[in-house]
Design a protein around this ligand. Structure first.
Ligand SMILES: Cc1cc2nc3c(=O)[nH]c(=O)nc-3n(C[C@H](O)[C@H](O)[C@H](O)COP(=O)(O)OP(=O)(O)OC[C@H]3O[C@@H](n4cnc5c(N)ncnc54)[C@H](O)[C@@H]3O)c2cc1C
Length: 377
């Protein structure tokens, strides 16, 4: 009998899970179900699309390490495009923030590419509107870049379909009922029988689990607002990204525009998040203090939910209470850049029961992303 798997959620997590599962075992029968009409409508379609290895918890950094090669050198036949365009990230600091600079340098000194300090004069060459009378110190992360999220998401979905995966949009899973050794996913379109459930439903992860009779893991969706600003500078595409050293705002080129954010983390219910004008206004105020950009108007603004558990590592793997229910949630602010590693790890856990040799040398301690760690507390 072919094993049937139901993937709940068609964002980047569900897409990479489906793609990597079929890569690992082409005999699997996989159906991906997405509540919205459109795949990637929620957090995946609202990201800032950055690849930054020196970010997040140790386990997140390991999963980025396990992802970089896929992102820079996609498997043959997966795409004709490039997923990543290089762009350095400069963390900028006022004199009062100098301690944070030292902290970041220390934290990232063992990174594959350590964060390094540069002069403000050098920084201004890479982001000309920096105010040198305000900015005192600058550190830079290299080996970073912009990810083409749409292209990456589509590549997973196309690869998944090419290998026999089935996708149902506009199909919300209202509950999942255990039926002997298998599950029935209940939707308005009818019941879907599966042997294994993959919960890749982002901010809704705990809701989906509860409706399957599985104990929640304590997911906390947090709002983050972004907006774009039209610019006339001809060389804008060559500028670096800048981020306040304490992440009070960030800003990076995006075509002929700048993509800016307050980098806030306000708690929210799982929902179709809408932006608040005051978050946009505060980001503009802070950007105008640190730069000569003189931003006065915004092109478009949006908010997405970055979802964490309290220790900020992801939650990937089988539930201890039922090994046919897998979690693939808690990607927080790194779900795009970690997506190849997350998909591979999930596929390893489903097909082998443990991380494969792919994770050797990445420093991944699986315990730190397992569901068990959350149940012990
Ligand atoms: C402003 C912002 C900036 C970001 N910047 C970066 C960045 O620079 N780099 C980076 O790597 N990451 C970044 N992120 C984070 C990244 O976007 C997320 O980690 C990632 O998109 C999460 O993907 P997901 O598939 O888990 O969630 P989602 O994309 O939200 O997908 C979950 C899907 O599950 C579906 N669903 C929910 N419940 C059900 C149900 N019952 N039945 C069926 N379907 C269901 C939802 O409709 C949704 O489509 C950023 C996020 C934001 C908001």
């Amino acid at each position: 009998m072919r094993k049937r798997i139901g993937v709940i959620g068609g964002g980047i997590a569900g897409a990479t899970a489906g793609y990597h599962l079929l890569k690992a075992d082409s005999d699997l029968e996989i159906i991906l179900v997405e509540a919205e009409d459109q795949l990637g409508y929620h957090t995946t379609g609202r990201s800032a699309a950055l690849l930054l290895e020196n970010d997040g918890t140790e386990s997140t950094r390991s999963i980025v390490r396990a992802s970089v090669d896929f992102l820079l050198n996609p498997p043959e036949g997966l795409t004709e495009n490039v997923f990543v365009t290089p762009r350095d990230v400069m963390h900028i600091a006022t004199a009062e923030q100098s301690d944070s600079v030292d902290r970041l340098l220390e934290e990232n000194k063992s990174g594959r590419i350590p964060t390094k300090e540069i002069s403000v004069v050098e920084a201004k060459k890479k982001f000309p509107p920096l105010r040198d009378e305000v900015i005192e110190r600058v550190v830079v992360d290299e080996g970073t870049g912009d990810i083409d999220v749409h292209c990456l998401h589509q590549a997973y979905l196309n690869g998944f379909k090419k290998n026999g995966g089935e996708i149902n949009t506009a199909t919300r899973v209202d509950s999942a009922v255990k039926n002997g050794d298998s599950w029935l996913l209940e939707t308005k379109m009818g019941e879907i029988p599966v042997d294994i459930v993959i919960n890749a439903s982002g901010a809704w992860g705990d809701q989906v689990a509860s409706r399957a009779g599985i104990e929640p893991v304590g997911l906390e969706p947090r709002r983050r607002t972004a907006f774009t600003v039209n610019r006339k500078e001809p060389d804008i595409q060559d500028w670096d990204m800048i981020a306040d050293i304490n992440l009070r705002f960030y800003c990076k080129p995006d075509g002929r525009q700048l993509l800016c954010s307050l980098a806030e983390e306000n708690p929210s219910e799982p929902c179709d998040a809408k932006h608040d004008e005051t978050d946009v206004a505060l980001a503009i105020e802070r950007l105008n203090e640190a730069t000569t950009l003189d931003i006065r108007s915004v092109q478009t603004a949006w908010t997405g939910l970055r979802t964490f558990v309290p220790d900020r590592s992801m939650v990937i793997g089988a539930d201890p209470a039922d090994d046919s229910f897998f979690w693939c949630v808690g990607q927080g602010g790194t779900g795009i850049m970690t997506s190849p590693g997350v998909g591979r790890l999930l596929a390893d856990l489903v097909t082998l029961g443990k991380p494969s040799e792919h994770f050797e040398g990445t420093g991944l301690n699986y315990e730190e992303v397992s569901v068990e760690r959350l149940r012990k507390k």
